[in-house]
Design a protein around this ligand. Sequence first.
Ligand SMILES: [Zn+2]
Length: 271
Amino acid sequence: MKDTLKKMSTNLQDVVQYTLDIHGGYILMNELIGKQIKIEWSGEVICNCGRIMKKFYRSGFCYQCFYDSPLASQSIFKPELCTAHLGIEERDLEWEKTFQLAPHYVYLANSSGIKVGITRGTQGVIRWMDQGASQAILLAEVPNRRFSGDIEVSLKRFVADVTNWRKMLSGTPDSVDLVKMKEKLSEHVPEELKQYILADNTVTEIKYPVTQFPKKIKSVKLEKNPIIEGELLGIKGQYLLLDGDRVFNIRSHEGFISKFSYQEIVQGRLF
Ligand SMILES: [Zn+2]
């Protein structure tokens, strides 16, 4: 549906370029920094299956999809529970085979301190930009999702597997020697999976279009404030940074049927 919020698409350049696909067009979000933006929620959300309702049941799904769809199965949240490589069905074996039996990567990223994560196919850089990482390196390439989950579990004992978003939004983290981190952590990869560790030690550096980081972060949500407006001060990860130390996570509002608009600010007045 063209009037729903979706996560922004990203393009790695000197600074990340963000594009929002809404109302049948593409909005270059970097150009709106310094302008007044406005998001008005209609009061309804739409699930992937097309069902429209007042609110999602859980995790961005309607009741039925949450319990039936392979997109909401346990292994989506816990890759170490994947079983398609053994031919064992969770909810829909064909779908699970297509999704799980494909090259996956394990990476290290620095967004708010070091974290380990996994990503499918060529999604790496996109995943890092979505998480607001400032540096990232690939650690291993494996033939299926389960193996990446197994490596992730073995490394979680030493590094985080989630981003501390408050810290990520409070500034740029100190630079870390990811090549050295990779060497050290590689020792803890299970023996039978060590063959998948990548020799390539390229570190990707990522910068975000931020003119001012929030000091005391206030996260704003459409359920509480159906109209959110203010000056856009920057974008990091999938967060819009607004005046008044407010941050808006556009990704956690995917499926919200809304209107997005903006105005120029000239000498403190709106045009
Ligand atoms: Zn649904």
